[in-house]
Design a binder for this molecule. Structure first.
Ligand SMILES: *[C@@H]1O[C@H](CO)[C@@H](O)[C@H](O)[C@H]1NC(C)=O
Ligand SMILES: *[C@@H]1O[C@H](CO)[C@@H](O)[C@H](O)[C@H]1NC(C)=O
Ligand SMILES: *[C@@H]1O[C@H](CO)[C@@H](O)[C@H](O)[C@H]1NC(C)=O
Ligand SMILES: *[C@@H]1O[C@H](CO)[C@@H](O)[C@H](O)[C@H]1NC(C)=O
Length: 968
């Protein structure tokens, strides 16, 4: 948790002991003492036993010992008869049975290949019948709820194999961050369930995204971080963490194992960068080897003991069955009873873990993050006991050094190699409410549809050893079911209904017991939404990615002459007033567009007859539209978020009074322009995804693993994402854009930063003009006060926004000006929508879809299926100009899909023109970007669809200003 930690990645971001003051302090001396005591009294001493043959009378508890020895051979897994059970152990009396009729059911079976049309009957917490449900079965059930799905898609509840729900709960507070222990690299005795906060606001949000179960993994700051647990997200009758566990392992509460059905146990391991707190990679692997060596020694002693028991050599036994509480988990690993989730990124780390697995003969069920896995499939296959599964993010890559070669094509490459692929959230790194979006993106980048859906259902369930009950729809499995408003691989797919153990979770039941009536999926009535969307072909890009080991050149070929586009369905252009308008729509025949020197000179069917183009590109029903803008992340200011040496470095913080004398400026106002770096992979990836412009500031978007924010964040800059360097023509669009400040409560874990009242007092002073204009600070704040440049305030909390509204009125009154104030981030802005609208303040929502990460951001308007409205539509309804932003540089590429999600969640209340505005003209207005001339704006050509379609792919960027066309 230093300022150096990367902004993304709770699991990737370590809490190394030397750098985690907050958490260390939180563990009182008494706690530390208690841990010590329990370990020393509970660990039994194991000594080697005499092997002298010594036939003696059996002790009084001989049977018990025999049973215990025999049970060592049990392997986990359900009994033969499991699926013919009559009811679930999780069934809650009083739950009515439900019959879902006329559904298209993705069952999750056979790698996700099985889809059936029919009905599904949920009763007693299980799936009683699926497909053709016999009438007699339905007739004898009292209180049956019948749902007509009317052809909607039904899938198993989603399974998130990598989550920190409850152990890094939201809003994040120091009192409930129980994710990494500072006590050593090897901690197999720790259990995530001991830190599981049942009051995490995210449980309901994640269920609203169709997630019904998750593996709660300890963090990755330890080589062995502790035991993980598979839980269901719903509130149970008992309302306790333990009652959320799916198939609790017997060891949990000291109960005897059920020999008929031994439950799997789960363990978190890690390797690589996050273990820096305990030394180098060499130290970590040695720590793991030493640990497994100890576990093997204990296992051998146990086996030896039991061979004597079985031979009746009672006299040679030296004491009770040798057990060791500290190492028993790893002994169980060696006995094949544990599913290991191993956080591990690079080839060097994967290789070490696979050697470890072969040396000690145990299997690792899944590698997580695993940025290099797709580059070393043969290595993975050398794992003891067969290749592991690989759990990935779709496009969240490059955030730290070991993630630099991560690729959007990894899931397809791995699945081609026969390796099971899982998409995971690492919640709250990615809000697990949008786990399905990860599957959609993987599908967009060529993971087959069946595997994309399986990657969030049946595959993770199988890897967790639970495919007899979750991630799958079959008779006898748990009744965890999601009914969607569209095909789940369509962008914006939203659950209409969610059941867990047959109990309805979505729609949410209000405290008075009535289902909240929320509108879901308006505008998706037509049949096309029920189809799996088309996706582009990425064969060439995938091949190049492999060839270049994850770092393919991202710059395209440039043509400065004449290019003809055929198969054009739509053309959108900027109008003189800056807004984006449709200027061409093909009727029956698709049209053509001719570009010369970067300018469109002909649009329509007649252009097809021009024949002197040097390049002819078929867009296959695609579109040409203005390039989008990204705002809010450090795009263009860093290469790798987690590596200081690849970015601008730490700026000075005026509120800590350490501005260097040489600046001779009270606020130390800096310019992002001075920090720009071109050609970063995130910028070029964004460029190739239709994001041709970016405005970046030095304001660090607030993120839990990031630093405390700097209040005065300086002046932003607008640049072209595709440019090679600042001197290139058109590279710098506008050197100084807006003045940025960050106002918020202290960081919940670091606790640093000055008070909100100090921040606002400082702003008041500067806006009142009490600082001389002969200095940068005085000058720029004066300009902001006068409304010459916008003042963009990163702020989440509505109370702080209200204070800022008052401050704005005071300043305007005093100066006689009209300030151009903008709220960025703005998670709670909808609470003041009317006042913000009346004050003429703009809002840049970032992230586009809200998440209550901190106290300042906790009162979100979640949108369907939890609320009719979203923050976006609420603000727009009150006349607020709204733009959408991102927090991290890798996200910039997803701008077009993020817009589509936001639009689809609005239940049809945002039209095409408004979609473009969200990441172009509105941002330009709000930030005060004057220099993007409507005639000179970059245009993007999409093959196979429009900018916002999952089916489309950027093929070229047309640049009138540079008089070029870039081909990818
Ligand atoms: C699923 O379908 C694909 C495509 O038809 C096929 O290649 C694959 O073998 C199938 N998998 C199973 C387990 O049936
Ligand atoms: C049916 O519902 C009623 C009313 O909630 C309840 O009293 C009764 O026990 C239910 N019957 C069964 C078999 O669940
Ligand atoms: C179960 O069904 C009965 C009869 O329709 C109804 O009165 C009762 O409220 C239902 N119970 C629940 C928990 O929905
Ligand atoms: C949501 O909108 C629908 C349709 O307009 C309406 O029937 C319902 O009452 C609304 N729900 C809430 C909670 O406002």
């Amino acid at each position: 948790m230093s300022t150096k930690s990367k902004p993304s990645g709770v699991t990737q971001t370590r809490f190394p002991p030397t750098r985690m003051p907050a958490l260390v302090i939180l563990l009182s001396t008494a706690t530390i003492l208690a841990i010590f005591i329990s370990f020393s009294t509970l660990s039994l001493n194991i000594s080697s036993h005499s092997t002298t043959s010594n036939l003696h009378a059996a002790p009084f508890n001989a049977d018990e010992i025999r049973v215990q020895c025999m049970s060592l051979r049990n392997l986990p897994g359900p009994s033969q008869s499991f699926l013919s059970r009559e009811s679930s152990d999780r069934y809650e009396p009083g739950t009515n049975a439900t019959l879902i009729r006329h559904a298209i059911i993705f069952t999750g079976e056979k790698d996700g290949n099985v889809t059936i049309r029919g009905d599904i009957l949920l009763d007693k917490g299980i799936i009683k019948s699926i497909g053709k449900v016999p009438r007699w079965m339905v007739e004898r059930i009292p209180n049956l709820t019948i749902i007509d799905a009317d052809g909607a898609w039904v899938t198993p509840g989603l399974v998130d194999l990598h989550s920190h729900l409850g152990i890094l709960s939201v809003p994040v507070m120091s009192g409930a961050a129980d994710i990494n222990s500072p006590r050593g690299p090897i901690l197999p005795g720790l259990r995530s369930i001991d830190g599981l906060n049942t009051h995490d606001d995210a449980f309901e949000l994640s269920m609203a995204g169709g997630v019904t179960s998750a593996q709660i993994l300890p963090g990755s700051a330890n080589a062995i971080g502790g035991q993980a647990f598979m839980v269901k997200l719903r509130r149970t009758l008992e309302n306790s963490p333990t009652s959320m566990i799916i198939e609790p392992p017997h060891n949990l509460d000291g109960s005897k194992p059920n020999t008929d059905h031994l439950h799997w146990r789960h363990l978190k391991q890690a390797c690589g960068e996050n273990l820096r707190g305990y030394g180098t990679r060499m130290d970590s692997v040695w720590a793991l080897r030493s640990a497994y060596n100890e576990a093997r020694r204990i296992k051998n002693i146990q086996d030896e003991y039991c061979s004597k028991v079985e031979a009746g050599l009672w006299g040679s036994l030296n004491g009770p069955f040798p057990e060791n509480l500290k190492w028993e988990m790893l002994v169980d690993v060696l006995r094949g009873r544990v599913r290991i989730s191993n956080h591990c990124y690079e080839a060097v780390d994967l290789d070490a873990m696979i050697r470890l697995s072969n040396e000690f003969e145990f299997h690792i069920a899944s590698f997580h993050h695993a940025s290099d896995a797709w580059l070393v499939p043969d290595l993975l296959k050398r794992m003891w006991g067969g290749a592991p599964a690989v759990a990935l993010f779709a496009t969240n890559h490059r955030y730290k050094r070991e993630a630099f070669r991560g690729s959007e094509f990894a899931s397809r490459v791995l699945s081609d190699a026969g390796i099971p692929v899982i998409m995971k959230s690492d919640h709250p790194v990615i809000n697990s409410r949008y786990l399905i979006y990860e599957a959609q993106q993987a599908y967009h980048f060529s993971l087959p549809a069946n595997l994309a859906l399986a990657s969030v259902t049946s595959t993770p369930a199988a890897v967790a050893g639970l495919s007899h009950r979750i991630g799958i729809l079959k008779e006898g499995a748990d009744a965890d079911v999601v009914m969607w408003d569209s095909h789940p691989l369509q962008l914006g797919a939203t659950p209409v209904k969610v059941w867990i153990d047959g109990i309805p979770q979505i729609p949410v039941r209000s405290k008075t017991g009535k289902d909240k009536k929320i509108e879901v999926g308006k505008g998706k009535e037509s049949d096309e939404w029920r189809q799996v969307p088309d996706v582009p072909n990425w064969d060439k890009e995938r091949k190049e990615a492999i060839q270049w080991e994850g770092l393919p050149p991202l710059r395209g070929r440039t043509n400065g002459e004449k290019v003809m586009f055929t198969g054009v369905k739509q053309v959108w252009r900027k109008a003189m007033n800056g807004s984006v308008e449709q200027v061409y729509s093909a009727s029956a025949d698709l049209g053509a567009v001719i570009v010369e020197n970067g300018k469109i000179i002909c649009t329509g069917v007649p252009c097809l007859h021009s024949s002197d183009a040097s390049d002819i590109i078929d867009l296959h029903g695609g579109a040409i539209s203005p390039g989008l803008m990204s705002y809010g992340s450090p795009l263009g200011l860093e290469e790798i978020a987690g590596e200081m040496s690849t970015g601008d470095g730490e700026p000075h913080d005026a509120f800590k009074t350490n501005i260097p004398n040489v600046l001779d400026d009270s606020g130390g106002v800096l310019r992002a322009m001075d920090a720009l770096m071109f050609g970063t992979r995130n910028a070029l990836t964004a460029y190739r995804s239709g994001v041709t412009f970016a405005t970046s500031s030095l304001a660090k978007p607030f993120y839990v693993s990031g630093s405390g924010a700097h209040v005065i964040a300086g002046l932003s800059t607008t640049f072209r994402t595709g440019s090679a360097h600042a001197m290139e023509r058109g590279a710098l669009v506008q050197d100084v854009v807006a003045l940025h400040v960050v106002v918020g409560r202290p960081h919940p874990l670091l606790g640093q930063g000055v008070s909100v009242s100090t921040q606002i007092a400082g702003l008041r002073r500067l806006l009142y003009g009490w600082e001389g204009r002969d200095q940068e600070t005085g000058l720029w704040f004066r300009r902001a006060a006068e409304g010459v440049i916008p003042l963009v305030i990163e702020v989440g909390n509505a109370d702080i926004m209200a204070s800022l509204l008052i401050l704005k009125a005071e300043v305007e009154d005093k100066i006689g000006s009209r300030m151009r104030m903008v709220f960025g981030g703005a998670a709670e802005a909808h609470l003041l929508a009317e006042e913000i609208g009346n004050a003429g303040i703009g809002v840049i929502l970032s992230p586009a879809r809200p998440f209550p990460l901190t106290w300042d951001q906790r009162r979100i308007l979640p949108g369907p299926p939890l609320s009719n409205d979203t923050a976006l539509v609420t603000l727009m309804r009150h006349g607020v100009t709204v733009g959408l932003g991102v927090r991290e540089a890798w996200e910039a590429r997803n701008t077009r899909f993020d817009i589509q999600w936001a639009a689809l969640e609005s239940n049809g209340r945002i039209n095409e023109q408004e979609k473009y505005a969200l990441a172009s003209s509105n941002l330009e207005d709000l930030l005060g970007i004057r220099e993007i001339d409507w005639e000179m704006a970059d245009m993007v050509a999409y093959d196979g669809g429009q900018a916002f379609d999952l089916s489309s792919k950027v093929v070229t960027v047309i640049s009138p200003e540079r008089q070029t066309v870039d081909f990818f």
